[in-house]
Design a protein around this ligand. Sequence first.
Ligand code: ADP
Length: 622
Amino acid sequence: VIDRRARSQELFEAHGTQIAAQTDRVFAFLLFAEWVFSIVCAFVVSPRAWQGTSSSVHIHVFASILLGAMLAIPAIAMAIHRPGTIQSRVVIAIAQASFSALLIHATGGRIETHFHVFGSLAFLAFYRDVRILVLASGIIALDHFVRGMWWPQSVFGLAVVSPWRWLEHAGWVVFEDVFLIWSCLRSRAEMRAVADRQAELEAVNESIENVVKERTAELAKARDEAINAARVKTEFLANMSHEIRTPMNGVLGFVQLLRSSRLDSAQAEYVKTIQESGETLLTILNDILDLSKIEAGKLDLERIPFRPKDVVEGAVRLFAASAKQKGLALTAETRGLGHCSVLGDPTRLRQILLNLIGNAIKFTEQGEVSIECKATALPNDRIELVLRVRDTGVGIAPEVQSQLFQPFRQADGSTTRRFGGSGLGLAISGRLAARMSGTIELVSAAGVGSTFSLKMPLDRAPPAIDSPETSPTPLQRQESEFSPGVNSTPPRQGARILVAEDNPVNQRLMIAMLRRLGHTPDVAPDGESAVRACLEKEYDLVLMDVHMPVLDGLEATRQLRALRTAESHRLPIIALTAHAMASHRAECLAAGMDDYITKPIAAGDLERALTRFVPDPAAARS
Ligand code: ADP
C-alpha cells in the first residue's frame, strides 16, 4: 500500500514536471516575443524627445531594450537549462509579471495594456501551481502600488490619481486569480487521480506478472522434474535390462544344454517351455534396452556400405519357415533395388524390416505377406529407399493407427491376448527410422490388411563397392561366414580349446557346451592369463571374450598375434561379443581375430565355428 502511494506521488510529480517543462518552453518564446514587442512599443508609442537641434533616443527605448533583456534573458536561460524546476518557474513568473509592468509603462499607462496582466496570469496558470499565481499577482499589485504612489502616469496614464486606485486594479486581479486558482486545484486533483490509477494499474500488473513468474517457475520445475524422472526411468530400464540380460543368457544357455540331455517327454516339454519363455523375455529385454538407448540419445548408428537387396532377402529368408507353417505366401520383389549399394546402418534397417515382416505374419491368418522394394534417385547422389510390407491380415482400425508407434501400445487388448507381444516393436522401428531420417507410413483397414511403408533417404556408396565382383559387404560376410557350406568337414573331437571369459556362469556354460561336443576346454579368467596360457600350452582354438578385466580380448589377441606371427601354425581366435554392430566386428577382425560369435551363444553357432576352425584332419582326407 505504501509502495503504491509513493509510486502515485512519484507519477504525480513526474507529470507536474513534464507540464512545467512544456510551459517553460512556451514562456521562453513568449518572453522573447514580448521583449521585441516592448522595443517596438517604445519606438512607436513613446516617440523621440526633441531638445533643440539635437535629438536622442527616448529613455523608454533604452528602458525597453535593457530592462526587457534583463527580464527575458535569465528566464529564457532557465527555461532551456533547468526546465520543469520551481526555480525556473519563479524566474519566469517574475519576468512575465514584470513584462506587464514594462509594457504598461512603455505604452504610457494605456488602460488597454492592463489586459496584458490578465493574459499573463492566465498563461502562468498553465503551470497549475498556485504559488506562481500568487507570486505574479503580488508583483503586479506591488508594481501598481509603488508606481501609483510615485509615478502614476507610468501606470495609470494620469498625473494625479487616488492613492487607492491600485487597489481597484488589484481587486480585478484577485477576481481572476480566484478562478485560475480554482482551475489549478482542479487540474491537480485530476492529475492526482490519474497518478493513483496509473499506480494501481502498475501494481496490479506487477502482481499479475509475479503470479505468472511464480507459475512459470513452478511449471519449469515440474517440467525439469518430469524430464529428470523420464531420464531416471530410461536409465533404470537400460541398467535393469542390461543386468537381467546377463543371467538370462546363462539360463538360456543351460536350458539349451538341458534340452540336449536325456529327458522324458514331460521334462522335455517343460524345458522347451522354459526356453521359449526365456527367449521371449530376452527379446523384450533387448527391445527395452534399444528403446531406452534411443530415448537417451545413446544409440550409435553405423555408416557402412551395404546392399538394401541383401538386407531384404536376408530378412525374408528368416521368416520363410514361419510363413510356411501358417500357410501364408511370403514374397519379396527386390528387382527395383538392383545391385545398388548405399551407406548406412544395415543392422538397424534389418531390425525395422524384421519387425514389420514379423508383425505382418503374426497378424495375418490367411492370404499373403508381400514385400515391395523401390529405390528412386534423389539429387546429390542419394537415393530414396522405399520398402512396403503388405499383408492380408486383421488390419488396424483408423483410430488406433497413430498410437501404435508409442511404446507399449497395441491395437486392442484382445489381439494382445491372441497374438502376444510387448507393443515395443513399432515404437522402436518408428524411432529408428526417424533417427535415420526416414519415416514409416501406415495404410490399413480393419479386416482387409495393412501396408507399412518405410521410406528412407540414403547416400549412395562409392562405386567401387557397387560392382558385384568386389569383396562382399560386411553384412554378406556376416551371413555367409557361418554357413555350413564354407567347410563341411565335421569338427575334430578332443580339440584343445581355451575359453577366455571372466563371467563364471558363462565359463561353466562354455565348458559344458564344449565338453558336450567332445572337446577339452581350459578356462582363463582374463586376457593376461589367456596370453600366458597360450605360451605354456598348445591350443587348437581360443574363444576370446572381448570385455575382460586386466587385459581385454582385443589387446590379448594383439599380443598373441605379435608373439606368433613367425609360426606356421596360426592359432585361430574367435571373439565372443555382445555387440552385433559391424563396426565392432571389424574391430575384432582388425585386432587379429579370425571370427566372432555374438552372445547369447547358440549351440549351432559354436558348432559351425568349430567345424570351420578345428576340422577333423582324418575326415578331411577321406
Ligand atoms: P507387438 O507386435 O509386440 O504387439 P508392435 O509395436 O510391433 O508390438 O505392434 C503394436 C501393435 O500394432 C500390435 O500389437 C498390433 O495390434 C498392431 N499391428 C502391428 N502390425 C500390424 C499388422 N501388420 N497388422 C495388424 N496389426 C498390426
